[in-house]
Write a protein that binds this ligand. Structure first.
Ligand SMILES: Nc1ncnc2c1ncn2[C@@H]1O[C@H](COP(=O)(O)OP(=O)(O)OP(=O)(O)O)[C@@H](O)[C@H]1O
Ligand SMILES: [Mg+2]
Length: 587
């Protein structure tokens, strides 16, 4: 419940709306509570008027009817205004919370993303924020409505007869409780149904997108029967939900019927005893029916509050996380650009405290404008070095210096916008090829974009597509080959004209000839920039100013191609093996 307190700042922003909404709801209820009074007095006049010498006339009836119509219209107008203020406010509040939440999530560190399933983040951003909105909108509105309606109606009923009032109200708490209890049950069944639906869609999606694997391994029949099982469960859960939902209205009506029965019996006796009039009892009937919805709302709102509080608590847990990597007191905002000298001093790193070191005492320096190549066994820590340069993570111990400044002094935006990185796993968006290349440099001219695609050896390929650079890639478009994807990513990095260019295994999916052409094209570009090339092939790294060989989190050899060959160590061994492979291939 405490979690909902964090909504106060948001609510404060819309204080005026909220207050207007509460005023509107009160006025609306004043109007509607007055209606039974006019019905009652009209009935009494019709019933006893002749006897008392004050008979009802057509004009009197028309006047009373007119008043009742006006009251209904008044009540309706203010009810409309209530929804216009409070429900609209809850939508604005939802918008604010969602933007805040996503803004915050975006600032969180890679470590958090690695450990949080995307589905969970989506659920927070949709379901949980919706639950909070339902509390702030319908929840607050119906609470106010219940309180005011109850207040007014109770005063009216008590002035008519405290005895009928007391007895007829007895079943009502049961109505609230039933709604609360059934509401909870329905909600949990509903959540199950939704979860099951999620399972069905993920299963179907995986089997559709993985249809090639399914066919290749002749698993169609298995796939179908597994799907049928999921479908069956979905049906069973849905039927259970429908059955529970079906109980809601009859249970309500039965309990309210009891209230009306009490009014009829007790009221009837009071009339016979001459303590009440027919008009009074008619008013009671009307009031009981006016109480139905507020009483139901008590149970319903209790659920909304509980759900809203639980969701807000879940959101707060994420909102309270401070990003590990962020600009802070150490940041020197006077730094607006970097030149690109990179130095690692005794850097040790592990992804999480409980995991082993993936970099141990790493030291090297790359002068601005020179090229460093990293080669080594898989899992040695090559990609991790690159992650640290982009400050996706901070070092566990040691220092990284850029232009001689500790990396923490450089504003993160300045650092990252100076880096053009092609990561090992290329990620393309469902957009045109041009859009994908322009991803990090929206304002680049068409010529620059085409030039980048030529250097990346992508141009000729794309020119052969009917729509050329306007070809959509991904699910809604064509599927690019692995090498075409890599080259699109390379063009994207080149177009940024980065101070630091990083290619992490970015030539692995292209043949050695194309690789040669790309490296040749990049040469001019790399002269003015600091470049880091990570590769498994000697052909990629041999021309670098400096090569480091990594194995198991450590640098085992370093030097130029010739120096490393002369060393006759690990690098020389890799070289000989790859030469041999090339010879065997050419046979
Ligand atoms: N996000 C992560 N969380 C925990 N451990 C990680 C994470 N990323 C990588 N590792 C681990 O760190 C080690 C080094 O990984 P890294 O990706 O740097 O290797 P690599 O040298 O780039 O390998 P490859 O040549 O296969 O790309 C591996 O043992 C890997 O399992
Ligand atoms: Mg890697």
């Amino acid at each position: 419940m405490n979690a909902l307190r964090s909504l106060l700042p948001y609510l404060k922003k819309y204080k005026a709306r909220l207050i207007w909404g509460l005023i509107a709801i009160t006025i609306s209820n004043v109007f509607s509570v007055a209606i039974p009074y006019f019905v009652g007095t009209t009935l009494d006049r019709l019933n006893t008027g002749a006897r008392t010498g004050n008979p009802a006339t057509g004009a009197y009836l028309a006047k009373q009817a007119g008043i009742i119509v006006l009251l209904s219209i008044g009540s309706g107008i203010f009810l409309y205004l209530t929804r216009q203020t409070i429900i609209v406010m809850s939508r604005l509040l939802e918008y604010d919370i969602r933007n805040n939440f996503l803004g915050h999530v975006r600032s969180l560190s890679m470590g958090w993303f690695n450990n949080t399933p995307t589905g969970d983040i989506m659920a927070l951003a949709t379901n949980d924020i919706s639950a909070v909105r339902e509390f702030a909108g319908p929840g607050l509105m119906y609470t106010a409505n219940t309180i005011t309606t109850f207040g007014f109606v109770l005063v009216r009923m008590l002035t008519l007869s405290w005895k009928i009032t007391a007895l007829s109200l007895i079943p009502l708490p049961l109505v609230s409780y039933t709604v609360y209890w059934l509401g909870r049950k329905i909600h949990s069944l509903f959540t199950e149904v939704q979860g099951q639906y999620g399972d069905i869609t993920s299963y179907a999606q995986e089997n559709m997108s993985g249809v090639r694997v399914v066919r290749a391994y002749v698993r169609e029949a298995f796939s179908m029967s597994a799907f049928a099982r999921l479908s069956e469960l979905y049906k069973v859960k849905n039927i259970k939900l429908v059955k529970t939902q079906a109980m809601m209205m009859p249970a309500m009506m039965a309990l309210i019927g009891v209230s009306q029965l009490i009014v009829l019996v007790v009221g009837g006796n009071e009339i016979m005893a001459g303590r009440s009039t027919i008009g009074d009892i008619a008013q009671f009937f009307a009031y009981i029916s006016q109480l139905i919805w507020p009483v139901i709302a008590v149970g319903w709102v209790t659920n909304l509050v509980q759900r809203g509080a639980a969701s807000m608590a879940r959101l707060n847990k994420v909102l309270d996380i401070r990003p590990e990597v962020a600009d802070g007191a150490q940041t020197d905002n006077a730094i607006l650009a970097i030149k690109g000298r990179i130095e690692f001093r005794d850097v040790t790193f592990r992804y999480r405290p409980e995991l082993p070191d993936v970099l141990k005492n790493i030291s090297f320096a790359v002068e601005s404008g020179s090229t460093l190549a990293i080669i080594g066994t898989t899992g040695a820590g090559k990609t991790t070095i690159v992650n640290l340069i982009s400050r996706l993570y901070d070092v566990t111990s040691g220092t990284i210096l850029i232009d001689g400044e500790p990396i923490q002094h450089i504003p993160i935006d300045v650092l990252r916008s100076a880096i053009g990185a092609v990561s090992q796993e290329t990620f393309l968006f469902s957009d045109t090829i041009a859009g994908n290349i322009r991803f990090g440099s929206r304002d680049a001219s068409d010529e620059a974009m085409l030039r980048a695609s030529k250097i990346a050896q992508l141009y000729d390929n794309v020119e052969r597509f009917p729509k050329k650079f306007d070809t959509i890639v991904g699910e809604r478009g064509i599927t690019l080959s692995g090498g075409q994807k890599q080259r699109t990513a390379i063009a994207r990095a080149i177009l940024r004209e980065p101070t630091i260019l990083i290619l992490d295994d970015a030539l692995s999916a292209v043949d050695t000839e194309t690789e040669e052409q790309i490296l040749h094209g990049l040469r001019g570009l790399m002269r003015q920039r600091t470049s880091i090339l990570i590769a498994h092939r000697i052909s990629t790294v041999k021309d670098a100013d400096q090569i480091i060989v990594m194995d198991h989190a450590e640098i085992v050899e370093r030097g130029t191609h010739d120096e490393l060959l002369a060393l006759k160590g690990e690098y020389a061994r890799i070289y000989e093996r790859q030469l041999l492979e090339a010879e065997l291939e050419s046979l």
